[in-house]
Design a protein around this ligand. Structure first.
Ligand code: GAP
Length: 513
């Protein structure tokens, strides 16, 4: 059976082989947690962006988009809380010199206990068969109860220590549980320290602390500081939203798992400004709308689940993640948060400028509440790529690798393939390229046998291949082959545009939202 690790490895090697994703600066052995999108990857990424941008701005008359700068006034990050609270608790192993997040070491310990419980349950299931009652077993089996008690106790102590920023208590817990360096087994730990995740740099010729600015760790603050600019210049009325796609930077300590967790990544965020008191209605609306947006891609409902946050940040009154079944299991893809008036209020305090909405109906001024949707573009990319990649066994016993991504997201929409490189077929094929190139990203390919060319297109997810043969010169008909069914059909050249458009247009995806 294929393990999670095998699955992820396959995705990584396919992404590299076909020009989707490369390790950054690979000729210098790469840079950890940084990746480059190649010729097909950037097309796929642009298509995802376009899907999100259209769904937000075109499908909602009251949402507009902006593009704020990455550098922002440093006080922005004081006001947002990132300077003081955007930290990870770190611990170093003195022998191996490896650095870990203290909370992750504890979470791994909890996971081990959970695995023990699962083993007990599987064993009992095998023994009792159909008459097995899991709930009853969990409530009565002494081994399970013991492990569960340990989990609860560690969780409680870890949460309390994290909330109180009690780093001594975190270290004490790690030592008490005899947690060892996962790579070397050493238990020789340093103290736990707080490590701020923001990247710092210096502005122009200003030296010292006065010149320090940050690379933004989220795009959202660019929206908050422009709230009034957009509201006034766009004469926006509540409720309204501001959307943005852009780079964000975090000095992640544990940055593994390919493009899932990077130090430089892209976010697609939307802040929806609402009247206080209506935020829970809008929170419910956006939960549903965002789930629909994901599911319209046809990946399968079982690939998604909500994870409601039981413990909320002090300023939030609702928060959840949409989790996706990545090759590494279910993990966060998108966050949806009801953030009250926390951000605007704080920017008002720190800037001394009023950030209020004047309601002409009630003649009142107030700070709006905000519901935020925030999805990682790179995580979306990984979700699309990993779920689409399939090794398919064909009826004749052969195999093909096919990328079954939604046709509207496919990096190449059409491949134009002259059957042979002579008899005027390439010239005819180029006429077809000229006919279609303004509307569809396409590839012209006249190398190798036609079967191999089909396989290459399957592997990059091209919805249609068009083959030009000698008959084409006589009747202006071509063979069009569909990626998923591999069905071939003879159609008139003049009908090609309509057939392709119907399949690959973003319209259908947006209509399914
Ligand atoms: N403004 C809210 C915010 O930034 P977040 O949960 O920290 O919330 C939102 O991030 C989304 O950004 C996540 O759901 C994830 O998809 C993406 N993301 C966060 N950190 C990331 C990283 N290091 N690499 C790739 N994507 C990341």
């Amino acid at each position: 059976m294929q393990t999670q690790e095998d699955k992820l490895k396959k995705v990584i090697s396919h992404a590299k082989e076909y020009g989707f994703v490369f390790p950054s600066s690979e000729i210098y052995d790469g840079l950890s947690a940084a990746y480059d999108y190649g010729q097909l990857g950037s097309e796929l990424k642009n298509n995802i962006k376009q899907y999100w941008w259209s769904a937000m701005t075109r499908m909602h008359q009251n949402i507009v988009g902006i593009d704020a700068s990455i550098f922002m006034h440093p006080t922005t990050w004081k006001a947002s809380g990132h300077v003081d609270a955007f930290n990870d608790p770190l611990i170093d192993n003195k022998d191996s010199k490896k650095r870990y997040r203290a909370d992750v070491l504890l979470e791994d310990y909890i996971k081990k206990q959970e695995e023990k419980i699962k083993k007990e349950i599987d064993k009992a299931k095998g023994k009792f068969g159909d008459s097995f009652e899991e709930e009853k077993f969990r409530a009565t089996n002494p081994n399970v109860l013991r492990s569960q008690e340990k989990i609860n106790a560690v969780e409680d102590r870890m949460k309390a220590a994290l909330e109180a920023s009690d780093l001594v208590a975190l270290k004490a817990l790690i030592e008490e549980l005899e947690i060892a360096d996962p790579e070397t087994g050493s238990r020789n730990w340093t103290d736990v320290r707080q490590f701020n995740l923001m990247f710092k740099t210096e502005l122009g010729a200003v030296s010292g602390d006065a010149g320090i600015i940050y690379l933004r760790p989220e795009t959202a603050q660019g929206i908050f500081v422009n709230f009034l600019n957009v509201q006034k210049s766009g004469r926006m009325k509540l409720p309204f939203g501001i959307a943005q796609i852009g780079k964000a930077f975090r000095n992640e300590i544990i940055a593994r798992q390919f493009i899932f967790r990077m130090r430089e990544f892209e976010q697609m965020e939307m802040q929806f400004f609402v009247k206080p008191g209506t935020e829970m209605e809008w929170y419910a609306y956006w939960k549903e709308a965002r789930m629909k947006w994901h599911q319209a891609l046809g990946i399968g409902e079982d690939h998604y689940k909500f994870h409601d946050h039981l413990k909320l940040a002090h300023y939030a009154n609702g928060a959840c993640d949409i989790e996706f079944n990545f090759p590494m299991g279910f993990k966060e893809l998108e966050g949806i948060h009801s953030r009250t008036d926390f951000d605007l209020k704080s920017h008002e305090e720190f800037s001394g400028k009023k950030l209020r909405y004047f309601d002409p109906e009630t003649n009142e001024s107030f700070i709006p509440y905000v519901v935020e949707t925030s999805v990682g573009l790179d995580r979306m990319f990984l979700a699309v790529l990993s779920s689409a990649l399939e090794e398919e066994k064909l009826e004749d016993g052969s195999e093909r690798t096919v990328l079954r991504s939604h046709p509207a997201l496919a990096p190449v929409k059409v491949a134009v393939l002259p059957l042979v490189k002579k008899d005027g077929l390439p010239e005819k094929a180029k006429e077809i390229v000229d006919l279609l190139k303004h509307d569809f990203n396409l590839q012209f390919d006249d190398k190798d046998a036609i079967g191999r060319r089909y396989r290459r297109q399957d592997a990059i997810g091209t919805p249609y291949c068009i083959t030009i043969d000698n008959e084409t010169l006589l009747d202006n008909m071509v063979t069009i082959r569909e990626r998923d069914s591999m069905q071939q059909e003879r159609v008139a050249i003049q009908d090609l545009h309509g057939i392709i458009e119907k399949k690959v247009s973003l319209r259908h995806l947006l209509q399914a939202n």
